[in-house]
Design a protein around this ligand. Structure first.
Ligand SMILES: [Zn+2]
Length: 106
């Protein structure tokens, strides 16, 4: 089990096991490609907006295949996501960097 350890306070939060979803990856990736293609065809501000939407779908899809864990910031309790191979976690809400520590509960 992995924990997020605050460098400021004496508090830790659990990191959920990473979720992998290949079906969702395929769905988001193809959907994103279609949106990006439409965006390029439309052009202009609307096209860029559609293209960005497509890119976000592709990134969200790639996150599904890498394996991201849901986590909670030990400082401000804001929810976030953490990549499987991350060394530390930077909270998007309060900007604090938390340490990732391994915990043996055997
Ligand atoms: Zn925070």
């Amino acid at each position: 089990m992995k924990l997020l350890k605050s460098k400021i306070k004496d508090s830790t939060t659990e990191i959920m096991p990473p979720q992998k979803n290949k079906k969702l990856f395929v769905f988001l990736f193809i959907g994103g490609m279609v949106f990006a293609y439409i965006g390029l065809g439309v052009g202009g501000v609307l096209g860029i907006a559609i293209l960005l939407g497509g890119m976000i779908c592709i990134i969200a899809g790639i996150m599904q295949i890498i394996g991201v864990s849901e986590c909670v910031c030990p400082d401000c309790e804001a929810k976030g996501f953490i990549f499987k191979y991350a060394k530390d976690y930077k909270c998007k809400s309060c900007g604090t960097i938390s340490e990732i520590v391994e915990k043996d509960d055997k």
